[in-house]
Design a protein around this ligand. Structure first.
Ligand code: G6Q
Length: 544
């Protein structure tokens, strides 16, 4: 798919951006604002329910035009169409990439291998709805006749991070008489704590695994089965207490789960892009089918905006391009994601997988090593907590860290002044980062000369203000889709493949070799490197 593209750094648009960066590197944001009274207005886009203010970035209109030109020259427009129409753009796995089909309207047609996939998507959604409604109406009874009150999602990576993030984000929409827990880590602590205080007779496990072979998930599912059967001593109980979300019916059935209680999805849904598929079953149970549909509608709104808006006015495209601007032209290594909304506390963790597993690649799709940086490191915490810990480094440290501020005009809990205080903080942080505080200003305040260097804020720390009305299911959908498409934009420009996850393979294979060596009682000969051999020996000696 990149056959016709020139190597990125030899592209004319890239070279023009390098020249533009040299100019911009010397222009303070104070000047950029002073020289254009309409800057804030011009550099704000309102679309798909998102108010996206990128005026505090170290860019001019010319920069934006050059970035959009780079996107055009990289064939982004055609690639977006390829993705939306089911072309097999995941080349290394030979798959289409169709998370957008998961939120397509019922009357849409998206053909993969000669078949329209949209009716399948809606059939699964309807099956999920019937099941979710039963649980929500307290009609799904456990083996002993007790109402199911607890739902435990067992999955990892893409089969965990989306569900847990969405549950936390939309907790205020969730059924409060039900308990939702999430188990992912193979560390037994995760399982043990997740089932603390739960009555097995009232507990349902959702085993969420695309492949149904993932070591951690299978270990946790096996432990869940033992935990259940220890209390309800009847194998027949599995049918009422376990359901599966998977593409692998054979393995689901081997585990003992009735495939009537399996919710399917397809190989064209990547794990980290799967929260709109049946992987979102726990989300649907928690917030209800109507709200789940609103979540999908939010995704769809952003999908349509991304597919149709010109790149200069296209929120996800610009977001991706601004990331490239700092990553590749300013040498910034990371991006901080700073939601001023406590319900989004797991959002940075979710984004870490979405961004870094997608674009953390070192070769182009046709296998050439890249000679430029690919994905930034994404990290973050909810505001205002971060202000009292790591923001110091963003304000006055030596690293350039572009920030994504995410905030909502309406509060979920209208308690006194809290929301005004929260919002005053997010606006103030973006302002302080951009404009800083000069030595002259400090002097005028009577600050002693020797303290001035310490109290000076250089400014010119860029940030985006992403403002939405309220954290609703639709708003969450818009936000996630915005990042999904920003990641796609970047991957296409970097000429890499964002949809495969080969980087997890080696560790998995080695762990598979080491596990039996740890478990073995016999002193088997170890054939690893000297350090690994010593670690294994030490563990064997000290494990009991
Ligand atoms: C996501 C990755 C990865 C995957 C997990 C779980 O894009 O492929 O995080 O989701 O490894 O895989 P299973 O769903 O197959 O258990």
């Amino acid at each position: 798919m990149n056959d016709t593209l020139k190597p990125l750094k030899t592209m004319e648009e890239w070279k023009l951006l390098e020249i533009n960066q040299e100019k911009l590197a010397k222009r303070p944001l104070r000047d950029l604002f002073a020289s254009d009274a309409k800057r804030a207005e011009k550099m704000t886009i309102e679309a798909a329910g998102v108010y996206f203010d990128y005026s505090k970035h170290r860019v001019t209109e010319e920069t934006i035009k050059l970035l959009a030109d780079l996107a055009e020259a990289s064939g982004l427009r055609e690639k977006i169409e390829d993705m939306f129409t089911g072309e097999k753009i995941n080349l290394t796995e030979g798959r289409a990439v169709l998370h957008t089909a998961l939120r397509a309207p019922k009357n849409a047609t998206i053909v993969v291998d000669g078949e329209n996939v949209v009716p399948h998507v809606h059939a699964v959604l309807e099956k999920m709805e019937v099941f979710a409604n039963k649980l929500r109406a307290a009609q799904w009874k456990g083996h002993t006749g007790k109402t199911i009150k607890n739902v435990v999602n067992i999955g990892i990576g893409g089969s965990d991070l989306g569900p847990v993030m969405a549950y936390e984000a939309l907790k205020n929409y969730s059924l409060r008489w039900m308990t939702f827990r999430f188990v992912s880590n193979v560390d037994a602590t995760d399982f043990a704590e997740a089932v603390q205080g739960l009555d097995p007779e009232e507990t349902l496990f959702i085993v969420a695994s695309k492949t149904f072979t993932t070591q951690e998930t299978m270990a946790n599912a096996g432990t869940a089965r033992d935990w259940l059967l220890k209390s309800i001593k009847d194998e027949a109980a599995i049918a009422k207490h376990f359901v599966a979300v998977s593409t692998n019916a054979k393995k689901v059935s081997e585990f003992g789960i009735d495939t009537a209680n399996m919710f399917g999805f397809w190989d064209w849904v990547g794990g980290r892009y799967s929260m709109c598929s049946a992987i979102g079953l726990s989300t649907m149970i928690a917030i209800g089918p109507d709200n789940f549909r609103k979540l999908l509608a939010g995704f769809r709104e952003m999908d349509e905006h991304y597919r149709t808006a010109p790149f200069e006015r296209n929120i996800p495209a610009l977001m991706g391009l601004l990331g490239i601007w700092y990553n590749n032209f300013f040498g910034a290594q990371t991006i901080a994601v700073l939601p001023y909304e406590q319900y989004l506390k797991r959002f940075p963790a979710y984004l870490q997988q979405l961004t870094m597993e997608s674009n953390g690649k070192r070769v182009t799709l046709d296998g050439r090593p890249v000679d430029y940086q690919t994905s930034q490191v994404y990290w973050g915490e909810p505001g205002t907590n971060g202000q009292h810990s790591f923001y110091q480094l963003i304000h006055q440290g030596t690293k350039l860290i572009p920030c994504d501020f995410i905030a909502f005009c309406k509060a979920h809990h209208k308690l006194g002044r809290h929301h005004d205080l929260l919002m005053s903080n997010v606006f103030a942080q973006a302002q302080a980062l951009a404009f800083g505080k000069t030595a002259e200003e400090l002097k005028a305040e009577g600050v002693h000369d020797w303290l001035i260097p310490h109290k000076t804020f250089e400014g010119d720390r860029p940030s985006t203000m992403i403002l939405l009305d309220e954290l609703t299911p639709a708003a969450l959908g818009r936000l996630v889709a915005m990042y999904e498409h920003a990641v796609f934009t970047q991957g296409m420009i970097w000429q890499i493949g964002p949809f495969d996850p080969w980087g997890v393979e080696l560790g998995k294979a080695l762990a598979g070799r080491i596990a039996p060596e740890l478990e073995s009682q016999a002193e088997t000969e170890l054939k690893h490197d000297a350090s690994t051999n010593a670690l294994i020996r030490r563990y064997r000696k000290h494990r009991i």
